[in-house]
Each structure stands twice: as C-alpha cells, then as structure tokens.
Design a binder for this molecule. Structure first.
Ligand code: 3BY
Ligand code: FES
Ligand code: FE
Length: 411
C-alpha cells in the first residue's frame, strides 16, 4: 500500500489519549513523510541573531537532506541560503560556523557574495551569466533574537507567531546576549519521543534530581494549565504582568506554539543546585523584577526554551533518522558577563547538562521498548500528560491535514 494512505489510515485509527502506533516511532517511510510534510514545510528555529556577530558571520544546519547556511550580510541582514553550489552541487560552507568575506566553494572556488549572488566563476564560457547561478534563498525570519527558517516554496505566514512571541521575549534582550556554552547530543529515539518526553514532568521526580531542586513538578507548569486549578500560576502571571512582563499562558489555535511564565520552587531564581543565580549579571538590563521565574516557549517541531533573570537556555531539536534525534542546547548570558568573574560554565550548565543526559537515557529506553513486537499504544495520564496529548494531537492534526490535502488534490 502507498505509504501516505497507510499513514492516513493509522492516523484515523489512532486512539485518542494513547501513544502513537509503532511505525510513527520507527518506520523509515513514516520518517520520510515527517520530513516532507512537517520539516520541509514549516518554520524551524535554527539559532540566535547574537551568534552572527558581524557581516560574514555564518552557521550551518542540516535539516533532513537540506544543508542550509545562515549568514549575516554586509547590510546587517540575516539570510538563509541552500548550502549547495550552483556549479556542480558541492556544499559551499563546510564548517559548523565561521566568518567569511565571501562564500567560496571548496571544489572549484566559485565565489558567492554574502547574499548568495555569484560574483566569481573562473574561466566559464563567454555567454555564462553569473546572475543565473546565485545560491538559492531559504525563507528566513528573526524575532527577538531567534532565527527561524522555512524550506517551503510558499512558507506559512510567520506574522502570528511573531506577534505572540515578541512581547514576551523582547524585554529579555536576547538579541544582544552571548552564547556562554553550547552542546549537541544525539538521542537514539525518534524526534517525537524527544518531544513527548519534554511535554510532561510525570517522569521528573524519579529522574531529575538536579532540575527538581528548582523546577516545579506541578502539571500546570509543563502542560496545559487550567486557570481554576492553578492559583499559584495565576498569582505568578499577575505578579509578572504587574512588573511589565507578559506572562499569561498563550497557546495558538493550531496548538503549535505556546508561551507562558512559571514560578520556580521556593526562593529559587535560577537553574542551579542551590537555586541561587548562576550569573552575577542580569541577562537583560531592562528586567530586574524579583521572582520572574522562567519564561517558557515551545514551537513545534524545533524548540523549547527557558528564560530566567540571569540566563536563558534554548533547545533545538533536529531529526537525524527514524531513531536518532540531535538536541542542541545553548546557554545565553548578558554579552558583557565575564566568564570566571560573573559565572562559571560548570555551574551555569550543570543542571541542564545532567537533565539532558537523564532525558536522553529515558528517550532511548522508551525507543528500545517501542521496537518490541509486543508494544501497543498505551494511555497517557490526563493529569500529568496533558502536554503530551497536546503535542501528539498537534502532530496528528498537522500531518493528517496535509495528507488529506494531497489526497483530495489527486482526485
Ligand atoms: O523543559 C521543559 O519544558 C520540560 C518541563 C519538564 C521537564 N522538562 C524537560
Ligand atoms: Fe562548487 Fe564546483 S561545485 S565550484
Ligand atoms: Fe525530563
């Protein structure tokens, strides 16, 4: 049977409130459909403006089969380009990051300007027209220090996300922060398992001794809070909004992204073993209110985030294979915070390095068990796993709609 039809059939048979059927987590054809219908079509978080300090600064990213380079132009504008040479297709930028006056293909040195236009190609025919062979652009947007790209020919409107996200994030000045540290780990599990694990704290008490010193296990903090049952969250939102910081829980209609603030436990202000700040200097000069807790954002399928008074931790998910996912974590601090004086990388990164590793093990065990012929979808806890159901519903609706669109276009 055609794979699209098969995926659609399984989505229609999906049991509400239960984990997905096995192929969604392991099947190479289903993974290919995830790439084509989600990853190659939707907006993806790739990195931060502050990583591209000056004209010519660039970083590269691989999304499925697509190598992409994100580069700041001489005009200061951040652009994304398909990182494949218009001569014979070699990758142009081969490093993870760097700075270049021009982008020079390592194969035969075709040379591109920072906006992708071809400026030099040695000894081509007289009728060769450089204008026809620029690197192809990829849609690129930047909002409050976050860069997103979209590989689709006709990207979805980015404006609604920008409108929602900017007021929450702009005060924290991530545009002018610096990356104090970054890590990439590979988790041996499907990207959806990484997300399912992230969207609940049902596993936290037994698995995250470090994070649990400061992050509340309460389901409302991670999942979808109900105003009635979360008076502590409501009090926190009111406290932050009184200090001029948008805080209220906001989920978009399609369920793809949400922003909210949550309090940390007791008198904790940061993700450290003591709950005390990890960085002496505030992340933003314009946010100094007491007890702002954590500003959390997720945007499916690529990112979840925590912004605190002294630093921010951002996460980027990228699918590698049906059973492998890369997780890149960045710790951002004020650009003038000095390592060894205002913070140490060890203390700054300890809690989330441990937490990431604990989550990696959980995801890998989950993936292992799902491969069993005895696996069958199991029920989520409505109290603790509302966030997981929300993610799985988003996924099923999103990919289901696209499969249905394709199906009706064929008829
Ligand atoms: O970072 C998060 O949003 C989730 C919430 C609970 C634990 N954690 C990985
Ligand atoms: Fe790039 Fe030849 S493939 S210059
Ligand atoms: Fe976890």
């Amino acid at each position: 049977m055609d794979m699209r039809t098969e995926m659609l059939r399984q989505l229609r048979e999906r049991r509400d409130g239960f984990s997905l059927q096995q192929p969604f987590y392991i099947d190479p054809d289903f993974f290919q459909l995830d790439l084509e219908l989600i990853w190659y079509r939707d907006w993806l978080f790739v990195g931060h403006d502050c990583e591209l300090e000056k004209p010519g600064s660039y970083f590269t990213v691989q999304v499925g089969d697509h190598p992409v380079v994100i580069v700041r132009g001489r005009d200061g504008v951040i652009r994304a380009l398909h990182n494949t040479c218009r001569h014979r297709g070699s990758r142009v930028c081969t490093a993870h990051k760097g700075t270049a006056a021009k982008l020079v293909c390592p194969y035969h040195q075709w040379t591109y300007d920072l906006d992708g236009s071809l400026v030099f190609a040695r000894e081509m025919n007289e009728d060769f027209c450089k204008e026809d062979f620029g690197m192809k652009p990829v849609a690129c947007e930047s909002v409050a220090g976050y860069i997103f790209i979209c590989l689709a020919d006709e990207p979805a409107d980015f404006a609604p996300f920008r409108t929602m996200m900017e007021p929450y994030f702009a005060p924290h000045n991530l545009l002018n922060a610096k990356i104090a540290h970054e890590t990439t780990i590979i988790e041996k599990g499907n990207w959806k398992l990484v997300w399912e694990n992230n969207r609940e704290c049902y596993h936290c008490a037994a698995n995250h001794p470090e994070l649990c010193k400061t992050f509340p296990e309460a389901p409302g903090a991670t999942g979808v809070p109900s105003v009635e049952s979360d008076p502590e969250m409501v009090a926190h939102w009111q406290h932050c909004e009184a200090a001029g910081l948008p805080a209220w829980f906001h989920l978009d209609d399609a369920g793809q992204y949400r922003a909210t603030r949550a309090p940390l436990l007791r008198d904790a202000v940061s993700y450290t073993m003591t709950g005390k700040r990890a960085v002496a200097r505030n992340l933003s000069d314009s946010v100094s209110a007491d007890r702002i807790g954590t500003l959390m954002l997720y945007h499916y399928p690529t990112t979840w985030n925590h912004v605190l008074i002294d630093h921010a931790t951002t996460f980027r998910v990228l699918p590698i294979s049906p059973t492998e996912t890369a997780l890149t974590t960045k710790w951002l601090v004020h650009k003038d915070a000095v390592e060894g004086v205002d913070y140490t990388v060890d203390e700054l990164t300890h809690v989330w390095s441990m937490t990431n590793d604990e989550d990696r093990r959980i995801v890998e065990e989950n993936a292992f068990g799902i491969k069993s012929p005895a696996y069958q979808p199991g029920p989520y806890s409505p109290i603790h796993e509302g966030g997981v159901m929300q993610f799985v519903d988003w996924y099923a609706d999103f990919i289901g709609k696209r499969l249905e669109e394709e199906e009706s276009a064929k008829q």
